[in-house]
Design a binder for this molecule. Structure first.
Ligand SMILES: *Cc1c(COP(=O)(O)O)cnc(C)c1O
Length: 428
């Protein structure tokens, strides 16, 4: 399944020529295929059947409201990790009964918002957090629905920065603590135990870590049941990888087949929290070549998108394919594709063999639907890129390119700042 393909030498997103979009919105811009997003969601939904359960999309992958609206209309739920994401999820119209809230550092305020909004469950990551959820709920004269996030201590073969299920990770509670934490939770008047959560990491390309985790988790859930602690939702997190280059990723069907195998006939409802696998392939980042530059040992293709737009190559050494918007026959070169940001780490690709582009040509950085726009910043005084949604032969801007004014909108110049001038005079 893809949304991006050449037609007579031009790269299209579905029925839209990406060069024509650039003429209207400028570059760099992100473009998303609404069709592919829907198809991928439906694929997950089918793969989950016949298990009872819900899909809670991880908003942090890409929280654009228009994209969220599409998911809401399909019956998708939301996995949020902050008060800001909770607010966004509610704005987008996700029903609270389909919102789960994870994160190791929830503040009392965030916990209060979650209880107030009556979300499906807080995924609690430590005993002190559990106590705070309890006291907060009691102040509100409510009961908070809670899942404990457990750390099953399995090694998913992924980048260390996105591995979350190992013994030394900051996320979740150790399995050894689990029974006592659940017993504690079940005695707290402000807590209703509803679930068990784990999340192994991201860009996981094998189902084996899930099998390993479930082999530890399911007996634990049965043990808890025997102790009278009934768990409704088994929340297996997200993490399913995608093929950025030549990797082979399990399909949603293969991923969930493993869960079905392990669950056998146990009557748990299942929550899955895909982020990358749902959104990543639906997006691309379009950028324009500014200069070709030759250093003593390297060729550089300088483009108008940088690490502030797409940080994954700099942060994780991530590989994204880069395709020309217009196919051409030219000799190929090996080059670093770099942005304008004043950091040596500002590259989109390194030592990449590609058809030699010319200044003014446009390139698409592929599979940037997830963890791309959502991780963008204003570093180097660079406005965030525009975002565009394609449906069939139509498209619409779903996030305006930021203006210079937007970037300064929250800054204040108090009298205090002007006193510095007087101070400098005083000091001669
Ligand atoms: C980030 C995250 C996800 C989504 O991970 P993907 O790799 O994008 O599928 C799901 N659950 C939790 C708790 C997360 O932190």
């Amino acid at each position: 399944m893809t949304a991006f393909a050449y037609r007579e030498g031009s790269l299209f997103c579905d029925e839209v020529d990406l060069v024509s979009v650039a003429a209207e919105v400028g570059t760099p811009y992100f473009v998303y295929s609404g069709r592919l997003l829907i198809e991928t969601f439906v694929q997950f939904r089918r793969a989950l059947k016949p298990l009872p359960g819900i899909i809670c999309y991880a908003l942090k992958a890409n929280g654009n409201l228009a994209l969220l609206k599409i998911l809401v209309s399909l019956g998708c739920g939301a996995d949020v990790v902050s008060g800001g994401e909770l607010y966004r999820a509610l704005k987008a119209g996700f029903p609270p009964s389909h919102i789960v809230f994870a994160g190791v550092g929830k503040t009392e305020e965030e916990i209060r918002w979650a209880i107030d909004a009556d979300i499906r469950q807080l995924n609690v990551e430590s005993v002190p957090e559990l106590e705070l959820v309890n006291s907060t709920a009691q102040k509100l004269q409510r009961q908070a629905r809670v899942a404990l996030r457990l750390n099953p201590d399995v090694r998913a073969d992924t980048h260390p920065y996105v591995a979350t299920g190992r013994g030394d990770s900051k996320f979740g509670l150790d399995l050894a603590e689990a029974v006592s934490a659940y017993q504690r939770a079940s005695t707290l008047p402000g807590i209703q135990v509803t679930g068990l959560h784990f999340h192994l990491g991201s860009q996981i390309l094998s189902t084996a870590p899930y099998v390993e985790a479930l082999k530890k988790i399911i007996p634990l859930m049965e043990e808890l049941r025997r102790k009278g602690i009934m768990i409704r939702d088994l929340d297996i997190g997200g993490g399913l990888g995608i093929s950025y280059n030549k990797e082979v990723a399990p399909s949603p069907e293969q991923w969930l087949a493993v869960v079905k195998d392990e669950l056998q006939r146990l009557d748990y409802s299942v929550i899955i929290e895909p982020g990358r696998a749902l959104m990543g392939p639906a997006g691309a980042l379009v950028t324009r070549v500014l200069y070709l530059k030759k250093a003593s040992t390297k060729n550089f293709i300088v483009v108008d998108a940088g690490m502030n737009d797409l940080v994954r190559p700099s942060l994780y050494g991530a590989m994204h394919q880069i395709l020309p918007l217009r196919e051409k026959t030219a000799p190929s070169i090996v080059a670093d594709v770099v942005g304008p940001v004043c950091e040596t780490a500002d590259f989109l690709a390194r030592d990449r063999e590609m058809v030699r582009p010319a200044a003014g040509d446009m390139l698409a950085v592929m599979k940037t639907g997830a963890y791309s726009a959502s991780m963008s910043s204003n570093y180097n005084g660079r406005p965030r890129a525009a975002e565009v949604l394609v449906f069939g032969h139509r498209y619409a801007v779903i996030r305006k390119r930021e203006s210079f004014e937007d970037m300064m909108a929250n800054e204040l110049i108090p009298g205090l700042a002007l006193e510095a001038r007087l101070d400098s005079k005083k000091n001669g």
